[in-house]
Design a protein around this ligand. Structure first.
Ligand SMILES: [Mn+2]
Length: 245
């Protein structure tokens, strides 16, 4: 590893569209850079060789936000609101998440990412919060992406609490799905006032933190959001030194 850890960022992929595209919000790229990491985009179109070679060099992984995971991955038929399902993205992210878990590679899972991590560990999802839960909170906010709209209570003693430096944070919210049954090895560490799980950690891993909100869009004005990316990049540096990955 050089002075700057390499941080892989998964991307979205267009589904049934021409031309086929791979893309993500630039905020992820900038948040990783601001924290001292080098972002490497990981589109679902990577070849087997490219995936292997990039994985060997990466010091950390970020699962980014995006469309819905195929509910077949947790044994359910699709609710009518499920959108933008990409089999290629589901496969790549499932594979890389398993590797990060098995090889103790630092992992930050954002929005769709907490859902991917949960399903990889055997958990399930609410496929549509408005139909599944009667909640007074609007988890698909209409406000700007850098605008927090609901609070999250953070579990005392959790890694996330240590990273954020507080037990309550105001977050932005752009999800119509949420964690239902927690997967094995996962601990709930953040919850909205309506009971929706907003953060989780893998208990027996050096750094696997998952949040349902979008800290990458908050870093300009929110020290706690910057702290999440700084903690990931620091863990990436330690992990690279320890394992000589
Ligand atoms: Mn939310």
């Amino acid at each position: 590893m050089g002075a700057y850890p390499l941080v892989g960022l998964t991307t979205s992929a267009s589904v049934d569209a021409y031309p086929e595209r791979a893309y993500t919000n630039a905020a992820y790229v900038m948040a990783v850079q601001q924290a001292g990491g080098i972002p490497i985009l990981l589109p679902p179109q990577l070849s087997v060789v490219a995936r292997e070679e990039l994985w060997r060099r990466l010091d950390a992984l970020v699962l980014t936000g995006g469309g819905d995971l195929d509910p077949a991955r947790f044994g359910e038929a699709r609710h009518r609101t499920v959108y933008d399902v990409s089999a290629a993205r589901d496969e790549l992210e499932t594979d890389l998440t398993r590797r990060a878990l098995a090889e103790d590679v630092p992992l930050l899972a954002i929005c769709r990412g907490i859902q991917v991590l949960n399903v990889v560990l055997g958990g399930t999802l609410y496929q549509d919060i408005p139909s599944d839960l009667r909640s007074p909170i609007e988890h698909s906010q209409k406000e700007r992406r850098d605008q927090p709209t609901h609070a999250v209570k953070v579990q005392e003693g959790s890694r996330l609490a240590e990273i954020l430096g507080r037990l309550e944070v105001d977050v932005n919210s752009f999800h119509h799905q949420a964690v239902k049954d927690l997967g094995s090895r996962l601990k709930m560490v953040g919850m909205a006032s309506d009971g929706v799980i907003e953060a989780a950690e893998v208990t027996d891993h050096p750094f696997a933190v998952a949040v349902q909100w979008h800290p990458e869009d908050l870093v300009a004005h929110d020290r706690a959001a910057r702290g999440i990316f700084r903690a990931l990049v620091e863990a990436a540096g330690r992990s690279a030194l320890r394992s000589l990955r």
